[in-house]
Design a protein around this ligand. Structure first.
Ligand code: SF4
Length: 364
């Protein structure tokens, strides 16, 4: 059985990433089989509970208010709307619902209380609940845990060096601190990144160093292929090849043997054969539904046909960890502290973000 190491170096990861393709695939598939059932893949549903109008400048994101991408923003969904969508997701084979809100960070108040109610509601449907709401404090993480949250997603996006070339409004350390806050609870950590943003292979290895040296490692790591959206600073990026995607999945699997590796954005650009190679290399989750937050995603029926063809079975909820208990709002032992943490704003200049912002002004 491969041991889980927390001292991977960039050089070691580069050596893995650059192995002859067949050797890399074989090694990753071997590690995968030691820890996971190779015929089981989790189907998750990503729900955008609050879309668009975000204050941040993430260069890949169509939800940033400063770019002109045509994404229609909406206010926070209601608990009933979320419940209806979660039930639909469950009926079509999803065992996990990930709720995303386009926020810089969580603020205590009515909207967060609503999100806590959504967490309670979905956990009571016996589905794993994940949230991605931006930076959070320890108290907020504890309140989410008490409501029955299974996982919190906060991606590192890239290496620390390349992160600075994509985002200027939040710092890498803040992201690590949020992950640290989640770790102080029994909520599992979901953290990964995006390839195809113009980073080099060293940056990809650098991101895997940052993730794999966390102790414990994240229980879940999404690997996204950039979907270049018109109007964002990264609109002209060429799609990554399937070979790069498979290499990234395989390297992630080898350095994080126990982690659930999630094939996330960019699946519409992949053939079934390409996705099959990713599953062989250790990916064991997909996101279902025709949209991934705001970008296109394969149809659920298409995914089910692919599962049938490959003999894959959807993973049951709470296979990796027991279901958390939900404490009702009236029985809560925790109070909102109304903290106003000073998350950093590095505000360095990223040329392409600035020009996308200026271009958007002329289009409005
Ligand atoms: S990735 Fe998240 S924080 Fe960044 S602009 Fe998009 S919604 Fe905002």
């Amino acid at each position: 059985m491969s041991e889980t190491r927390h001292n991977w170096t960039k050089e070691e990861i580069l050596e893995i990433y650059n192995k002859p393709f067949m050797e890399l695939l074989y090694e990753a598939a071997t590690v995968h089989r030691e820890q996971h059932d190779p015929n089981v893949v989790q189907v998750s549903t990503l729900l955008s509970i609050k879309t668009g109008g975000c204050s941040e400048d993430c260069g890949y994101c169509p939800q940033a208010a400063r770019y002109h991408t045509g994404v229609e923003g909406n206010d926070l969904m209601s608990v009933q709307q979320v419940k209806a969508q979660a039930l639909r997701a469950k009926e079509s084979g999803s065992s996990r619902v990930c709720m995303g809100a386009a926020w810089r960070n969580v603020k205590d108040g009515e909207e967060f209380d609503e999100v806590l109610e959504m967490v309670r509601t979905i956990n009571k449907l016996d589905m794993e609940v994940c949230c991605t709401l931006g930076m959070i404090t320890e108290n907020q993480a504890q309140r989410l845990a008490e409501a029955g949250l299974y996982a919190y997603n906060h991606n590192l996006d890239s290496s620390e060096e390349y992160y600075k070339k994509v985002i200027s409004t939040r710092g890498y350390q803040d992201r690590l601190d949020t992950i640290g806050n989640v770790r102080k609870t029994n909520v599992t950590v979901c953290s990964g990144g995006i390839i195809g943003m113009g980073e080099n292979v060293e940056d990809r290895a650098g991101m895997l160093v940052a993730l794999s040296t966390l102790s414990p490692q994240p229980e879940s790591t999404p690997i996204n292929a950039l979907v270049a959206v018109e109007g964002t600073p990264l609109e002209d990026q060429k799609p990554v090849s399937i070979w790069e995607m498979v290499r990234m999945v395989a390297a992630t699997r080898i350095v994080m043997p126990e982690t659930q590796v999630r094939l996330s954005a960019g699946r519409t650009q992949m053939s079934r054969e390409g996705q099959a190679m990713c599953f062989f290399a250790g990916a064991n989750s997909i996101f279902a539904g025709d949209k991934l937050l705001t970008t296109p995603n394969p149809d659920v029926n298409e995914d089910m046909k692919m599962f049938e063809m490959l003999g894959l079975n959807p993973q049951k909820p709470f296979t990796k960890k027991v279901q958390p208990q939900t404490v009702e709002a009236q029985d809560s032992q925790l109070e909102a502290l109304g903290e106003k943490p000073r998350w950093t704003r590095p505000e360095h200049t990223i040329e392409r973000n600035e020009s996308a912002k200026e271009k958007a002004k002329t289009l409005r």
